[in-house]
Design a binder for this molecule. Structure first.
Ligand SMILES: NC(=O)c1ccc[n+]([C@@H]2O[C@H](COP(=O)([O-])OP(=O)(O)OC[C@H]3O[C@@H](n4cnc5c(N)ncnc54)[C@H](O)[C@@H]3O)[C@@H](O)[C@H]2O)c1
Length: 274
């Protein structure tokens, strides 16, 4: 079993790797003796990430890359660097995404988070990164995987790829204006499950698998009033601890999931079960 559920020596690219989930799963892959490429658009954090990971892991086991998944040049340069260092790419984790922030101060007269008011430029931006960027990065990875004759893609979806947000989650009953979960995230993440099925069937004969993980509500020092609402609506009654994603990601990246392709694996504490 230890050998089966293993990522040892697999070359794994994690996009959005400097963020909450990306950093956590990159650490888990490295602990599992994989070769990990941590790639993210946040150039300011690259040096700190390199130092942090360099203190724990050997320099030949990881690579830090500044990557913009919406840019052809950047994606090509990232793939070039991966092949130069590790010779191949076994697993792509399409994790990078934006969750647009809007009118945080609430100073505007209109509630911009409401559907009828939501700014089109924010919608376009989310689609550009979460949809177009994800496709673009996958194209670059697939060219390499086709050359190798093997590959494995893990897309990161969301419960909001599957169901509508329950907007009551954001209503704290304190009379304050509700900041709704806006349309851009739902629009741009809803494509992930069917994109997963598209890739899985398109590349099935090329020995490239594709599956998705559906995380939900990763705890990140949320306010008490949010935690209370969340607990009431969640079957498991709590948010997800970030390390609870590691098992599902390692499983899908490993050969233990070799007969799985086109599947959408919920890791949501039962959120979409009722
Ligand atoms: N946190 C949650 O509760 C949650 C729940 C469900 C799904 N997700 C999904 O998990 C994934 C990671 O989310 P997170 O919570 O870690 O978010 P995060 O904001 O902490 O991390 C996202 C990372 O992506 C990077 N990024 C943004 N645009 C990029 C681009 N153009 N190119 C490369 N990198 C870019 C950011 O710099 C950031 O480091 C996303 O796909 C998100 O939709 C998160």
């Amino acid at each position: 079993m230890k050998e089966l559920i293993s990522v040892k020596d697999k070359v794994i690219l994690v996009t959005g790797a400097f963020g909450l989930i990306g950093k956590e799963i990159s650490t888990a892959f490295l602990d599992g003796e994989a070769k990990v490429v941590l790639a993210d658009i946040n150039a300011n954090a690259a040096e700190t990430i390199a130092q942090e990971f360099g203190a724990k892991y050997s320099a030949d086991s990881f690579l830090v890359q500044v990557l913009d998944i919406t840019s052809e040049e950047s994606a090509a340069a990232c793939m070039e660097a991966i092949v130069a260092k590790f010779g191949r790419l076994d697993v792509l984790v399409n994790n990078a995404a934006i969750d647009a922030k809007f009118d945080k101060q609430g100073t505007s007269a209109v509630n911009a988070s409401r559907f009828e008011n939501y700014p089109m430029e924010l919608l376009r931006k989310s689609v550009e990164v979460n949809l177009t960027g994800t496709v673009l990065m996958t194209q670059h990875a697939c060219r390499q995987m086709l050359k190798q004759g093997s590959g494995n893609i893990i897309n990161v979806a969301s419960t909001y790829s599957m169901v509508a947000p329950n907007q009551q989650l954001y209503d704290f009953g304190d009379g304050a204006e509700i900041k709704y979960k806006p349309i851009d995230y739902i629009a741009s993440k809803s494509f992930i499950p069917n994109y997963t099925r598209y890739l899985a069937t398109f590349y099935a004969k090329d020995n490239i698998r594709c599956n998705a993980i559906v995380p939900h509500g990763i705890f990140n020092d949320h306010e008490e009033k949010f935690l209370k609402n969340f607990a009431r609506m969640s079957p498991l009654g709590r948010m997800c601890n970030r390390e609870e994603l590691n098992g599902p990601f390692v499983f899908l990246a490993s050969d233990a999931s070799s007969y799985m392709t086109g599947s959408v694996l919920s890791v949501d504490g039962g959120w979409t079960a009722w």
